[in-house]
Design a protein around this ligand. Structure first.
Ligand code: 5RP
Length: 230
């Protein structure tokens, strides 16, 4: 197993310890979240009784179902007790960039519907500035592609339509994603997020700002929990 996978697994195992009997839990998407779903299933096998889990993607839902995790939805439980998910980038203020897996909209719906949002990641995800290593994914209405693209380019983004194989990537909400690269990263994520949201046709961005209460990082020295609480 690659070191990064072992570190993701460490973070996932630590986060799953936060799940308690009677909780409604949100499941993130991606490779780190996949480790978390496995660890949660293990705890359930050992006797943990959650009310149910709400998944942020079909992949996480299928995996959870396959592993025997009871599933529910936002209609039945509009408020989650805990949402656990990975991230592509985490800055020192615990602001995040997400959406590498294309599930950003449902992920943000779950993150903002949870009493507590805990992020799990390996230590390669820590950055000084968001946009440093990954483009900012922006989910948009397909009809608005050309004008939205022009407006994002006016924000100095290098824009590309996300692909899957030879075709365009379509999100689980029937939309498309524009990946916005910023060669000098994003100095002011709040301002950039607000500007992107002001473009009609933009549905959601991969900026997750001031949403995470806690970040659990796995690395060569074990697990680090941010913010560091003494
Ligand atoms: C999916 C996401 C993921 O959480 C993010 O891409 C991190 O993925 P991984 O755990 O595989 O590194 O936002 O939309």
């Amino acid at each position: 197993m690659m070191a990064y996978d072992a570190w993701k697994q460490l973070a996932a195992a630590a986060a799953v310890k936060l799940v308690q009997d009677g909780m409604v839990v949100g499941l993130g998407t991606g490779s780190t979240a996949t480790f978390m779903v496995h660890a949660l299933a293990q705890r359930i096998q050992e006797g943990l009784h959650i009310v149910g889990a709400v998944a942020s993607s079909q992949a996480s839902k299928d995996l959870a179902a396959q592993l025997g995790i009871p599933l529910t939805d936002l209609d039945s439980h509009p408020e989650l007790d805990l949402y656990i998910d990975g991230a592509d980038e985490i800055d020192p203020q615990l602001r995040l960039l997400k959406g590498g897996g294309g599930a950003l909209l449902r992920e943000k719906i779950l993150a903002t519907s949870a009493k507590r949002f805990v992020v799990i990641a390996d230590n390669s995800k820590r950055v000084l500035q968001l946009g440093q290593n990954f483009p900012v994914p922006v989910e948009i209405v397909p009809f608005a592609l050309a004008p939205v693209r022009k407006r994002l380019e006016a924000l100095e983004a290098v824009v590309s339509v996300r692909k899957r194989g030879d075709g365009t990537f379509i999100t689980e909400n029937g939309n498309i994603i524009l990946d916005c690269a910023f060669p000098n990263a994003v100095a002011n994520p709040e301002e950039m997020d607000a500007r992107m949201h002001s473009i009609v046709g933009v549905i959601e961005t991969g900026f997750f700002l001031h949403l995470a209460q806690q970040v659990i990082i796995g690395g060569p020295d074990g697990v680090t929990i941010l913010p560091f609480v003494v």
